[in-house]
Ligand binder design. Sequence first.
Ligand code: PHE
Length: 357
Amino acid sequence: MDDLLTKYLGAIASVADESSLEDLRVAALGKKGEISLKMRELGQMAPEARQTAGAALNRLKDEIDAALRARKATLADAALDERLKTEWLDVTLPGRPRRQGTIHPVSQVTEEITAIFADMGFAVAEGPQIESDWFNFDALNMAPEHPARQEHDTFFMARAEGDDRPPHVLRTHTSPVQIRAMQAQGAPIRVIAPGRVYRMDMDQTHTPMFHQVEGLAIDRDISMANLKWVLEEFCRAFFEVDRVDLRFRASHFPFTEPSAEVDIRCSWTGGQLKIGEGDSWMEILGSGMVHPKVLAAAGVDPAEWQGFAFGMGIDRLAMLKYGIPDLRAFFESDLRWLRHYGFGALDKPTLAGGLSR
Ligand code: PHE
């Protein structure tokens, strides 16, 4: 047995890779391995001899097994070291231009919108994407039984069992940020609120998540005329055309009175969309004078303050401006699409430097 031990320990120590080590394990401890066969011979021995031989064989087996495992671990470490030597990476090297990422059209357009409104004195406000029922609906003059709630195709969050408060929602529009901003800053106030919103809807022009930008301007004497000027000024700057025709259409939102939807004049010739000319109209936003109940809900006295609000779809604006046909592609993270429609990472849109270079 000592000979066997010496033989195998020597062989194990000199093996250079894991597969030869495995061959050795089979030769010693495999079903038909040398040690296993010896174990089988125990059956023919006299009981006393069997006891001593059995114990010794078991010890031998354990020792060989332990040596095999130790060698295996050493070989695995060495193999890993070898691999790491060939796979190292110098993280201090500068980025390679060939692999430069691009700015997503939604980010680009959000930056463009922000630059234009900043120039008109609007600050950026934010709110959470998981919103309370009160901010998303009640405070905006949509009580629980209000029929407009149904039109929002709302995603509801789960509540713990037995908790019967109204569930939180994924915000269905950016309008709750109106309330949050007025609560935080009071009046006068001039903010925009870009961000993600969610509705249960999916086809070529709808995705369950999309982007809106809210606008809110409250002061003592702000009127629909100011709303009209701001939106016309915005469209001229955003679409980078001298002439835009906007059409204000009477509409209804619970949180504005009066309310208007706004269409922009455009033409479709040969599948090509042109803004500012032609006989077609394309809806781009909802707007109106903030309802007195909404001001009151946000802690602003409607007897003293008034103003306008609007909400536009950012993705829709990006599609219009950059001629992108399918909304769903926006969120598929297809690298070819991103390379084609993406913007240079360092080209920041500014009014002075040009919005889309
Ligand atoms: N929140 C409305 C919507 O998502 C848009 C809107 C905002 C309308 C502000 C009027 C005023 O459809």
